[in-house]
Design a protein around this ligand. Structure first.
Ligand code: MIC
Ligand code: SF4
Length: 898
C-alpha cells in the first residue's frame, strides 16, 4: 500500500539536509491555494500536512485542506478531517489485548476467506512493557531484583505471547520489561520530531505524530510531537491503515508568562494548569501553549505539562518546536543529522517557533503568570482538586468530617494500636509515599530535588515514619545513572527510596501489599489513611484498596510526606520532624534552592548516558531473552488452558452481511451512576479481590490468590475482564443506596447481586441493558476494556450528561451507543431508580449527533418520553456502529479487498 497520496495541489518540494534529499509536502505552497495559514495553531499545521500528504481525492480531499485553512478565520470549524499518525505507541496493559485482537482478526479474516497475513501493522508500532511490575518488595537493596524476578514469574504467559507478536507481525517492536515507562522512552528515545519514510526510491520527511493506547501519550507533545491516547481498538484500526476522522478541534491557547518562584516545581505548575483547564472545560479540544514564558520553560517541564492532558481533559497540550526542543534532542543523544532535519523541516514549513513568531489564532485563550504558582498537592481523589501545600491538613480534616472519603469522620482523632509495632495509626497517616509516574520521573529537575531533600533530611538525622511504604520507580534507566552520579541515590536509599522497578508501579495501583497489621488496623477501624505519590491519578480504588485519601505531589514533597508520616500537618509552618540534635526541623530547612537543583542537573546529566542506555534498548534482561518463541505460525495457537490469553468472542459467527440497525426495546437498567465515573471505576486495573466474580473464576481455574496478578495484566482474558467490569470496590450504584462496590439489582425479581451476575441473568433472559451516568462519564484512561467490558455485559447504550473523549469513541468502536441527556435533564430530574424499562427509538436511521427518543416505563406502568443526543459524532462512526464496531468494519473491508 502506498503511503503517499496524489498531490493534487502540487505541493511536493525537496529539502536538502547535510547532502541528503527529502521530499515533503509544503505548507507555504499549499497556502497559496487554500488561503493564509500563517496564524494557524502549530498543532493544526500538523493536521494540515497530514491531509496534503495523504490526499487521494477520496478519504483525504483538497476540501479537507481548505477546511483547516478556513479554521484560522474564526478559530473554529464544524468540518471533519481524517488523520493518520506516523506511528503507534503501546504499553503492555493495553498492548496485550491489542495484540490479542489482531491475532483474533487473523483467525477471523482466514474464516472470511482472506489472507491472515494482511492483518499487519502498516506503520511502525512500539510496545513498551512497563505497566506490569509491582512493588512486592521495597525499602531494601535487593528490591529491584526481587520485583523483576516476581514480574517474570507472574507474567510469563503474557510475555511469551508478546514475543510471538514480535516475530509474527511486521513493523512491531517490543521494548522489554525493566527499561522504563512508555512515555518517557518515547520522549527520550522513540520520538524524532520529524519522521522519515521511504516510498519506493524516495525519502519523505513529515512531522512525527503518534497515537498511543495510553492516555498519557500526550507527554510527547512537550517535544512538539502531536499525539494522544486512543483505545486499543482505534489504535488497531490505525495500524491497519484506517484514517480516523475527527472534527477539526477547537484549540485553546494557554499563554504563559513570567518564571516559577523559588521553591516551586514543575509538578506544582502542572497541578495548577490542570485545575485551570478543567474549570475551563477543554474535553475534545487541543490546548496549545504560547507566550513569553515558553522561552524559559525547560523541555522536561513542557513534557510534564503535556503529560497531564487527560487530567485536564484535553486531547493534547501542544508545545511548538523551538531551540529548546533541539537542545533536548541533542542532550538525549539523538542523531545530529536528525536534529538538523528537524530544524530545517520546521523552518521550511512555518512550524518553527521563536520570539518573533506571531501568536496563532485560537478559539479561546487563558493565561497564567508562572510567578503566581504555589507549592501544591491534588487530592484526595481527583487530579484536578488542587490544594495549596499550607492547606492540605485543613482540607483533609474538612473532607473527612464531610464523609467525602466514604467514611463519616465522627472520630477524627481516633488512633489505634498496630499489632506487633511500637506505634499507632490514625486518619490521615501516610502509608504509601511513592516517587513514581511518567509525569514526574521524566523530569530530572523534580527527581534531583527529591534527592536533595533526602540528602538534607539524612544529614539532619530524619527518617520516614515506620508505617510508610516508600518506593522509587524511575521511568527510565537514565534516571538511575544521574541520581547515582550525583550521589543522591545513596541519600534516597538511606531513607528507604531504593529503586523498586522501572515502570508504572504505584501510579497504576501496582503498589504491592501493605504490612498485614497495618491492613488490619485500617480495615477493623475504618481508618482513612493516605498515600502521597508523584503520579497522575488518584481516582478512588486505584492506588490501593485500603487507602482512601490519595494525594498527587512533586517527588520532593513525596519525600517530605514520608518523613512527616501524615497529611494532617501544615508543612509550611509545622515541624516535619525532630533532628538528631533534638531540634525541630522544618520543610524549609531541607528544601533545596532552584540554583542547587539546576547546578546538579547540569553537572550530572549527559548525552552519553542516553546513548549508552538506549544503545541496546530492545535486548532486555536475560529472562526476556530466554523466552521461547513459536514463530512459525501466521495465526496464534491459542492455549485454552491459559488464564492470561484467550481468543476473544468479538468475531464469533461473523459474516460479510451487515445487519440493519434496530431500535432498543424493553432494556433494563444495569447501573445508575454519579458524576466523574472514571475508567478506573468501569474497568479497574489493580488487584483482584478473592470474593468477586473474577476472583471466583480464577480460583475455579486453579489460580491461587497469590497469583491473581492484576486486572490490567489479565486483559488478554475476556472471561476475567467481563467479570471485572464495574467491579471497583469504591463504585456506588445509586440503585442500591449506601452500598459500595459493583453491585446491581435484577428486575422484576428485585434480587441483589454483583453487576456481572445480574448482567448474565439478563443475558440468559435475552434482555438488553443500559447504564445511566452523570457528568464526565469515562474520565481517565484510554483502556478500551472499559468499553469492551460494557459491551460484553450486554449493555446497548450508556446515557450520561457528558462523556470524556476517549471513552466515548471506545464505546462507539465497540458498538455501544453513547447518548447524552438534553440540557436541563439528568438521571435525577427524570427520577430514575433503576427498576424502569427503557426504549430507545429511531435508531434505524442513525445519523451523527441526531436526536434519539427515549421512553421510560416505570414500575407502576406510567411512561415518560424525552429525547437524547446521539454521540455517534461522525459519518465514519455511523459506519463502525452499523458494522457492530470498528474492528468488524476494518475486517470486512479487508475481506472485500481480497
Ligand atoms: C493510566 O494511567 O490510567 C493507565 C494505566 O496508564 C491507562 C492505560 C491503561 O489502563 O492501561 C491510561 O492512561 O490510558
Ligand atoms: Fe504509567 Fe501512571 Fe504514566 Fe499511566 S500515568 S503510564 S500508569 S506512570
Amino acid at each position: 500500500m502506498r503511503m503517499i497520496g496524489q498531490d493534487s495541489l502540487k505541493t511536493r518540494r525537496t529539502l536538502n539536509v547535510g547532502g541528503k534529499e527529502y521530499h515533503y509536502f509544503s505548507l507555504p505552497e499549499a497556502a497559496k491555494q487554500i488561503g493564509d495559514i500563517t496564524r494557524l495553531p502549530f498543532s493544526l499545521k500538523v493536521l494540515l500536512e497530514n491531509v496534503l500528504r495523504f490526499e487521494d481525492g477520496r478519504s483525504y480531499t483538497v476540501d479537507d485542506a481548505k477546511a483547516i485553512a478556513e479554521w484560522a478565520k474564526e478559530g473554529r470549524s464544524t468540518k471533519e478531517v481524517p488523520f493518520r499518525p506516523a506511528r503507534i505507541l503501546l504499553q503492555d496493559f493495553t498492548g496485550v489485548p491489542a495484540v490479542v485482537d489482531l491475532a483474533a482478526m487473523r483467525d477471523a479474516l482466514a474464516k472470511l476467506g482472506g489472507d491472515p497475513r494482511k492483518v499487519n501493522p502498516l506503520v511502525p508500532v512500539d510496545l513498551v512493557i512497563d505497566h506490569s511490575v509491582m512493588v512486592d518488595v521495597s525499602g531494601t537493596a535487593d528490591a529491584l531484583k526481587k520485583n523483576v524476578d516476581i514480574e517474570f514469574e507472574r507474567n510469563g504467559e503474557r510475555y511469551e505471547f508478546l514475543r510471538w507478536g514480535q516475530s509474527g507481525f511486521a513493523n512491531f517492536r517490543v521494548v522489554p520489561p525493566g527499561t522504563g515507562i512508555c512515555h518517557q522512552v518515547n520522549l527520550e528515545y522513540l520520538a524524532q520530531v520529524v519522521w522519515t519514510s521511504q516510498d519506493g526510491p524516495d525519502s519523505y520527511a513529515f512531522p512525527d505524530s503518534c497515537y498511543g493506547t495510553d492516555s498519557h501519550t500526550t507527554m510527547v507533545n512537550g517535544l512538539g510531537v502531536l499525539g494522544w491516547g486512543v483505545g486499543g481498538i482505534e489504535a488497531e484500526a490505525a495500524m491497519l491503515g484506517q484514517p480516523i476522522a475527527m472534527l477539526i478541534p477547537d484549540v485553546i491557547g494557554f499563554k504563559l508568562s513570567g518564571r516559577l518562584k523559588e521553591g516551586v516545581t514543575a509538578t506544582d505548575l502542572v497541578l495548577t494548569v490542570t485545575q485551570m483547564l478543567r474549570k475551563k472545560g477543554v474535553v475534545g479540544k487541543f490546548v496549545e501553549f504560547y507566550g513569553p514564558g515558553l522561552a524559559d520553560l525547560p523541555l522536561a517541564d513542557r513534557a510534564t505539562i503535556g503529560n497531564m492532558a487527560p487530567e485536564y481533559g484535553a486531547t493534547c497540550g501542544f508545545f511548538p518546536v523551538d531551540k529548546t526542543t533541539l537542545d533536548y534532542l541533542r542532550l538525549s543523544g539523538r542523531d545530529e543529522h536528525r536534529i538538523a532535519l528537524a530544524e530545517a523541516y520546521c523552518k521550511a514549513q512555518g512550524m518553527w517557533h521563536d520570539a518573533s513568531t506571531p501568536d496563532p489564532v485560537f478559539t479561546d485563550t487563558l493565561e497564567l503568570d508562572l510567578s503566581t504558582v504555589e507549592p501544591s498537592l491534588a487530592g484526595p481523589k481527583r487530579p484536578q482538586d488542587r490544594v495549596a501545600l499550607g492547606s492540605v491538613g485543613a482540607s483533609f480534616s474538612k473532607d473527612l468530617a464531610a464523609g467525602v472519603m466514604g467514611v463519616p469522620g465522627d472520630k477524627a482523632d481516633l488512633r489505634v494500636p498496630v499489632e506487633g509495632a511500637n506505634y499507632d495509626l490514625g486518619h490521615g497517616d501516610v502509608v504509601i509515599a511513592a516517587i513514581t509516574s511518567c509525569t514526574n520521573t521524566s523530569n530530572p529537575y523534580v527527581l534531583v530535588a527529591a534527592g536533595l531533600v533526602a540528602k538534607k533530611a539524612r544529614a539532619k538525622g530524619l527518617k520516614p515514619k515506620p508505617w510508610v511504604k516508600t518506593s522509587l520507580a524511575p521511568g527510565s534507566q537514565v534516571v538511575t545513572d544521574y541520581l547515582t552520579k550525583s550521589g543522591l541515590q545513596a541519600d534516597l536509599d538511606a531513607l528507604g527510596f531504593q529503586t523498586v522497578g522501572y515502570g508504572c508501579t504505584t501510579c497504576i495501583g501496582n503498589s504491592g501489599p501493605l504490612a498485614d497489621p497495618i491492613v488490619d488496623a485500617v480495615e477493623n477501624n475504618k481508618l482513612v489513611v493516605a498515600s502521597v505519590l508523584s503520579g497522575n491519578r488518584n481516582f478512588e480504588g486505584r492506588v490501593h484498596q485500603n487507602v482512601r485519601a490519595n494525594y498527587l505531589a512533586s517527588p520532593p514533597l513525596v519525600v517530605a510526606y514520608a518523613l512527616a508520616g501524615t497529611v494532617k500537618l501544615n508543612l509550611t509552618t509545622d515541624p516535619i520532624g525532630t533532628g538528631s540534635d533534638g531540634k525541630p526541623v522544618f520543610l524549609k530547612d531541607i528544601w533545596p534552592t532552584q540554583q542547587e537543583v539546576n547546578d546538579t542537573v547540569h553537572a550530572v546529566l549527559t548525552r552519553q548516558m542516553f546513548q549508552t542506555r538506549y544503545g541496546d534498548v530492545f535486548k532486555g534482561p536475560a529472562q526476556w531473552q530466554a523466552i521461547r518463541v513459536d514463530a512459525d505460525s501466521d495465526t496464534y495457537r491459542w492455549n485454552s488452558g491459559s488464564t492470561y490469553v484467550q481468543n476473544p468472542p468479538y468475531f464469533e459467527g461473523m459474516t460479510m452481511e451487515v445487519k440493519p440497525i434496530a431500535s432498543v426495546h424493553g432494556a433494563r437498567v444495569l447501573a445508575v451512576l454519579a458524576d466523574s465515573i472514571t475508567t478506573d471505576h468501569i474497568s479497574p486495573a489493580g488487584s483482584i479481590r478473592k470474593v468477586s466474580p473474577a476472583g471466583e473464576y480464577l480460583l475455579e481455574h486453579q489460580v491461587r490468590q497469590a497469583d491473581f496478578n492484576s486486572y490490567g495484566a489479565r486483559r488478554g482474558n475476556h472471561q476475567v475482564m467481563m467479570r471485572g467490569t464495574f467491579a471497583n470496590s469504591r463504585i456506588r450504584n445509586e440503585m442500591l443506596p449506601g452500598i459500595e462496590g459493583g453491585m446491581s439489582k435484577h428486575y422484576p425479581s428485585g434480587e441483589q447481586a454483583p453487576i456481572y451476575d445480574v448482567a448474565m441473568k439478563y443475558k440468559a433472559e435475552g434482555v438488553p441493558l443500559v447504564v445511566f451516568g452523570g457528568k464526565e462519564y469515562g474520565t481517565g484512561s484510554s483502556r478500551d476494556w472499559a468499553a469492551k467490558g460494557t459491551f460484553l455485559l450486554g449493555v446497548k447504550a450508556v446515557i450520561a450528561e457528558s462523556f470524556e473523549r476517549i471513552h466515548r469513541s471506545n464505546l462507539v468502536g465497540m458498538g455501544v451507543l453513547p447518548l447524552t441527556f438534553k440540557e436541563g435533564e439528568d438521571r435525577k430530574t427524570l427520577g430514575l431508580k433503576g427498576d424502569e424499562t427503557i426504549d430507545l427509538l429511531g435508531l434505524e436511521a442513525l445519523k451523527p449527533r441526531m436526536e434519539v427518543k427515549m421512553v421510560i416505563t416505570r414500575a407502576d406502568g406510567s411512561k415518560t418520553e424525552t429525547t437524547l443526543l446521539c454521540r455517534v459524532d461522525t459519518a465514519d462512526e455511523v459506519e463502525y456502529y452499523k458494522n457492530g464496531g470498528i474492528l468488524h468494519y476494518v475486517l470486512r473491508g479487508m475481506a472485500k479487498a481480497a
